[in-house]
Design a protein around this ligand. Structure first.
Ligand SMILES: CC(=O)N[C@H]1[C@@H](OP(=O)(O)OP(=O)(O)OC[C@H]2O[C@@H](n3ccc(=O)[nH]c3=O)[C@H](O)[C@@H]2O)O[C@H](CO)[C@@H](O)[C@@H]1O
Length: 355
């Protein structure tokens, strides 16, 4: 039996592409183990999928001052030793990394043991964790054509991002039943990234009574962000994070408001959902979500609303206009050529593990 280690974590965007690969890897008879952090979101998602999970110590690499900058290097070294110990024992044929800080010691340990590594970058430009991993990788997969120019030519492959197949199999009625909303009024699904977004949540809640005049709202607001005062509001439901039933909520949505995380937007495109993207600002990140959202807006897939222009009024206007023009957006999305990343990546894994 061929053996693979998957790794990646920190936010769900570094885990769900791995989840998307698992059914095809199982079909091809791979024994799968996942290395992630002790407490990260990846643990719950991967154990929930019934995959063997190895927790390691993990620390973040920051470009700014933080007291944790003094303790985190020791955590990373410990994580490296733990990853090394497991890899030596398990002897995988290949390691696939979806990035995030926890993946760095795993990739370095694999390289030390001469296990071939494939990494995947979902964003337009490589993040710090992936930059550290690129020298140790045999192939670097990417999601956007623009990314190729940031990667070594002999390693870069444009595959697209793996999207969980089941997301395309949602059932609108099941989504309606799950949320107890009405079948007869349009539904807006709001996702502020896998961790939620207080900025997006506040803007939505500011105009909630106005939105509810014409729409019903499913609001995925992130851990710790539920608003108890809104629990009995008719036509409005809120969740911290939705796992398996997410496909039905997608199916029930007539319009989406979302952050512009690379995976979320690829899913929205695959599902042809008219959408408003509110990218994470350059002040809070390296600005990749802005590039993602601009690219989608340029191609006519999305209405872009930048955070500095986000007010209750601008959001309401964006909702009204995007809903009015929804057919145009859907038809533009239908023209897009999305890659089937699952097959391309699994073929690549196969060709490496057979060597
Ligand atoms: C703050 C931050 O660092 N954001 C980054 C993070 O975003 P984030 O983790 O939010 O990543 P994405 O938006 O790319 O993906 C989120 C994933 O979580 C899933 N999901 C989300 C909510 C939910 O309730 N249930 C659920 O299953 C989505 O379907 C999607 O598959 O990784 C992305 C991909 O590298 C980057 O583009 C983002 O800039």
């Amino acid at each position: 039996m061929k053996k693979i280690i998957l790794t990646g974590g920190g936010t769900a965007g570094h885990v769900t592409p791995n989840l998307a690969l698992i059914p095809s890897l199982k079909e091809r008879n791979y024994d799968i183990h996942y290395i992630g952090s002790y407490q990260g979101i990846e643990r719950k998602l991967i154990e929930g999928a019934g995959i063997a999970y190895i927790g390691i110590s993990s620390g973040k690499f920051r470009r700014y001052f933080d007291l944790k900058n003094f303790s985190d290097p020791f955590r990373v070294i410990k994580g490296y030793r733990e990853a090394l110990k497991f890899i030596k024992k398990y002897k995988p044929d290949v390691v696939f990394s979806k990035g995030g800080f926890v993946a760095v010691p795993v990739v370095l340990a694999a390289k030390h043991c001469k296990v071939p590594v494939i990494i995947h970058e979902s964003d337009m430009t490589p993040g710090l964790a992936n930059k550290l991993c690129i020298p140790s990788a045999v192939h670097v997969c990417c999601n956007f054509p623009e990314t190729l120019s940031y990667l070594p030519k002999n390693k870069a492959v444009l595959t697209g991002s793996p999207i969980r197949k089941e997301l395309l199999e949602g059932d609108r009625l099941k989504g309606i039943n799950y949320t107890h909303l009405s079948e007869n009024r349009p539904i807006i699904l709001i996702i502020g990234g896998s961790l939620g977004s207080v900025t997006v949540n506040n803007a939505v809640r500011e105009i909630l009574p106005k939105l509810l005049k014409n729409f019903q709202i499913i609001h995925i607001c992130g851990k710790g962000n539920l608003d108890e005062s809104l629990i009995d509001t008719e036509g409005y439901v809120q969740y911290e994070y939705v796992d398996a039933p997410l496909k039905h909520l997608f199916a029930a949505a007539d319009l989406m408001i979302s952050r512009a995380g690379a995976n979320a937007i690829c899913e929205i495109l695959a599902l042809r959902k008219p959408n408003i993207l509110i990218p994470l600002s350059a002040a809070a990140s390296r600005g990749d979500q802005i590039l993602n959202a601009k690219s989608f807006a340029r191609q006519g897939f999305s209405c872009l609303l930048e955070e500095e222009n986000l007010t209750g009024d601008s959001l309401l206007q964006a909702v009204t206009e995007t809903y009015k023009n929804r057919k145009n957006y859907i038809s533009n999305m239908e023209q897009s050529e999305q890659h089937n990343a699952i097959d391309a990546i699994v073929e690549m894994i196969e060709s490496i593990s057979q060597k």
